[in-house]
Ligand binder design. Structure first.
Ligand code: ASP
Length: 588
C-alpha cells in the first residue's frame, strides 16, 4: 500500500497514529537541528519533520530532497508546536521514521505556488505543473462538480444523455468549420460540429423527447478571453414543448446549479426582457443587470439648439452615473478618452453635472439655458449628485458605445461584483440579420429557428421585422446560453431557406438529411445550449474560461504544451492525397 492517508486529512484527532503519506515536495527548510518538508498532493499539504539529533541519517536524506520530488514518508502524527490555522492539517505534523524517494524531479521552470513567478506562456507550456497549483486545480474540480450537478438535474427530470458523432457534416452556427480530410474517400472532408444542432433535432424525430449532452463543439473563429476553438456546451432539446416550457425547465437548471454550487437562491421568476428593450435601454442583447444606469433617449430634448454635434445626430442618448457629479476635469477627460477608443467608436462625450445642491453644469453650457438642462435631467431621470453622460451619432453605434460606457461606469463604481448574479432571459430576437457586405439576410440564430407565428405574414414582405421564437439566458452581461423553438413544418422551413437565399438544391445539398427526416413525422420541438466553460468560469468568479479548462489553447489557437497545430509527415499527406499549393515556400 503506497499510502494510508492523503495530505489533506490528518488533524489533531489523529495524533499518535502511524501513517504513510505520498506526494510532492512543495518546499523544505532547515531550522537548526530540524528539517521541515511541506508534502503536497491533490487533497492538501501536510508538514513532515525530520530530527537531526534522533535520526541523523534520515534527516540527511531529507535535506537532499528537491522541489517536486515524489516521496513516500511514514511516521507518527504529532501535535505541532507552531500551528498554522490557515490549513486544515495545520495543527499536526508527521515525525518521519521512513522516507523513500519514489521519483526525482528536475527543478521546475516556475514555482508551484499560488504566487507563482511563472508567466502565462510558461505555465501553459508546462500545464501539468500549473495544474498542481491549488487555485487551478480547484477550478478543474469545480468544473467536475458543475458537470455532475448538471447530470443529476437533467436525469432527475427525465433527460437522456446521448452522444453524437464528432466527424460530421457542417452545422449552421455561423462560424467557420474545422475540417478533417477523409483518407478513404480522397478529396472529401468531415466537419467537426459547431454544435450538435442537427443531430439533436434528428433525435427528436427519433422520439427521444428529452435529450441532453455535455459535449465538445468546435468553431474556427478569432479568439478572446471567453472563447476557445474547442469548447463545451450543455446541449439540450425537447419535444412537444413551447417556448415557455423551455424557459421554465432551464430556469430550473440554472436555479439548481446556483443553489448547489454557490448556495444562492433567486426569488421570483427570472426577468424576461424583449430584445428590442434590451437594445433600447442597455444598448446590448446581453445586458448586465447587476446595476441600473439605463440608457435614456434624449434626442428630442437636446436637438435643435444650434449645437452641431447634437443637431446632426441621428440619436442622442445618456446614462446617469450616480454620485459622480463631482468628477474632476481629469476624470471626465478620461471618460472622453475611453469613448473615443476605436473599439468604442464615439466621437466625443458631453456631460451634465447635476450637483447634490441642485446645480447644473454642462460641457455644452454655451448652447443650453438652465431650463433646457432641466429638461435633460427630467428626461434622463437624473437625481442630484448624478453625472449625466451623453453620446450622439448613428443610433445603433451610439447605443453600443453607451453600453460600453455603462459597463465602464458600473465597473468604476464597484457595481459589477463577482459574487452578485443577475440572470435574465432575453426573448424575441430578430429572426434575421441583414449583412451589408453580402447584401443578404442571415439567420441570427440558425436556419431552423422558428419565426414568431404572429410575424409569419412579414416573412416575404418585411423579413427584417420578423421576430424569432428564440431566447438567451444572460447572467451578468454574459450570454450563458441560447436556443429557440424549431421549425417543424416543411412549408415554413422552405420559406426560411428562400428568405436566406438558399435554392431548393442548395438546401437539399447542405441539410437534405434533416429535411428528409422531417418528412417522417417531426414532432414540435425546441431546445437550448449553454456555454459550459463560461458558466463554470462565472461560478469561479473569473472572466477567462481558459483557467477552467485542463489543457486550453492560447489566443492564436495553439496548444503550446503539445506544440500543435503542427505539420504532419509526407506519408500522412500522401495517404490523404493532399498536395500543398505553395509546397516549396510553405514547407521546408
Ligand atoms: N445550437 C445552438 C448553439 O450552439 C443552440 C440551440 O439552438 O440549441 O448556439
Amino acid at each position: 500500500m503506497y499510502r494510508t492517508h492523503t495530505c489533506g486529512e490528518l488533524t489533531l484527532a489523529d495524533a499518535g497514529k502511524n501513517v504513510t503519506l505520498c506526494g510532492w515536495v512543495q518546499k523544505s527548510r532547515d531550522l537548526g537541528g530540524m528539517t521541515f518538508v511541506d508534502l503536497r498532493d491533490r487533497y492538501g499539504i501536510t508538514q513532515l519533520v525530520f530530527n537531526l539529533e534522533t535520526n541523523s541519517v534520515l534527516c540527511g536524506q531529507a535535506r537532499k530532497l528537491g522541489r517536486e520530488y515524489v516521496i513516500q514518508a511514514s511516521g507518527v502524527v504529532r501535535e505541532r508546536s507552531n500551528k498554522n490555522l490557515k490549513i486544515p492539517t495545520g495543527e499536526v505534523e508527521i515525525e518521519v521514521e521512513e522516507l523513500k524517494v519514489l521519483n526525482r524531479s528536475e527543478i521546475p521552470p516556475f514555482t508551484i505556488e499560488e504566487d507563482t513567478d511563472g508567466g502565462e506562456e510558461l505555465r501553459m507550456r508546462y500545464r501539468y505543473l500549473d495544474l498542481r497549483r491549488g487555485s487551478v486545480k480547484n477550478n478543474i474540480i469545480l468544473r467536475h462538480n458543475v458537470a455532475r450537478e448538471v447530470r443529476t438535474y437533467m436525469d432527475s427530470i427525465g433527460f437522456v444523455e446521448v452522444e453524437t458523432p464528432v466527424l460530421i457534416k457542417s452545422t449552421p452556427e455561423g462560424a467557420r468549420d474545422f475540417v478533417v480530410p477523409s483518407r478513404m474517400q480522397p478529396g472529401t472532408f468531415y466537419a467537426l460540429p459547431q454544435s450538435p444542432q442537427t443531430l439533436k433535432q434528428l433525435l427528436m424525430v427519433a422520439g427521444f423527447d428529452r435529450y441532453f449532452q455535455i459535449v465538445k463543439c468546435f468553431r474556427d473563429e478569432d479568439l478572446r478571453a471567453d472563447r476557445q476553438p474547442e469548447f463545451t456546451q450543455i446541449d439540450c432539446e425537447m419535444s412537444f414543448v413551447e417556448r415557455d416550457d423551455i424557459l421554465e425547465t432551464f430556469e430550473g437548471l440554472a436555479r439548481f446549479l446556483f443553489k448547489k454550487i454557490k448556495g444562492i437562491e433567486f426569488p421570483g421568476q427570472f426577468t424576461r426582457l424583449p430584445y428590442a428593450e434590451a437594445m433600447e435601454f442597455y444598448g446590448s442583447d446581453k445586458p448586465d443587470l447587476r446595476f441600473g444606469m439605463k440608457i435614456a433617449d434624449l434626442t428630442s430634448v437636446v436637438r435643435g439648439h444650434g449645437f452641431g454635434v447634437f443637431d446632426t445626430a441621428d440619436y442622442i442618448g445618456g446614462i446617469c452615473a450616480p454620485g459622480c457629479s463631482e468628477y474632476s476635469r481629469k476624470q471626465t477627460d478620461e471618460l472622453t478618452e475611453f469613448v473615443r477608443k476605436p473599439q468604442i467608436g464615439a466621437k466625443g462625450l458631453v456631460y451634465l453635472k447635476y450637483g447634490a445642491d441642485g446645480s447644473l453644469k454642462s460641457s455644452a453650457d454655451k448652447f443650453y439655458s438652465p431650463e433646457d438642462l432641466k429638461l435633460w435631467v427630467e428626461r434622463a431621470g437624473a437625481r442630484p449628485g448624478d453625472l449625466l453622460l451623453i453620446l450622439a451619432g448613428e443610433k445603433k453605434k451610439t447605443l453600443a458605445a453607451l453600453s460600453e460606457l455603462r459597463l465602464e461606469m458600473g465597473g468604476r463604481l464597484g457595481l459589477r461584483k463577482k459574487d452578485v448574479f443577475a440572470p435574465l432571459w432575453v426573448v424575441d430576437f430578430p429572426l434575421l440579420e441583414w449583412d451589408e457586405e453580402t447584401s443578404r439576410f442571415y439567420a441570427m440564430h440558425h436556419p431552423f429557428t422558428s419565426p414568431n407565428p404572429d410575424d409569419l405574414n412579414l416573412m416575404e414582405t418585411d423579413p427584417g421585422k420578423v421576430r424569432a421564437n428564440a431566447y438567451d439566458l444572460v447572467i451578468n452581461g454574459v450570454e450563458i446560453g441560447g436556443g429557440s423553438v424549431r421549425i417543424h413544418s416543411e412549408d415554413v422551413q422552405k420559406l426560411m431557406f428562400k428568405v436566406l437565399g438558399f435554392s431548393d438544391d442548395e438546401a437539399k445539398e447542405q441539410f437534405g438529411f434533416l429535411l428528409n427526416a422531417f418528412r417522417y413525422g417531426a414532432p414540435p420541438h425546441a431546445g437550448i445550449a449553454f456555454g459550459f466553460d463560461r458558466w463554470v468560469a462565472m461560478f469561479g468568479g473569473q472572466d477567462s474560461i481558459r483557467d477552467f479548462i485542463a489543457f486550453p489553447k492560447n489566443n492564436s489557437g495553439r496548444d503550446v504544451m503539445l506544440d500543435t497545430p503542427a505539420e504532419i509527415s509526407q506519408k500522412q499527406l500522401d495517404e490523404l492525397n493532399i498536395l500543398f499549393r505553395k509546397k516549396d515556400q510553405d514547407r521546408k
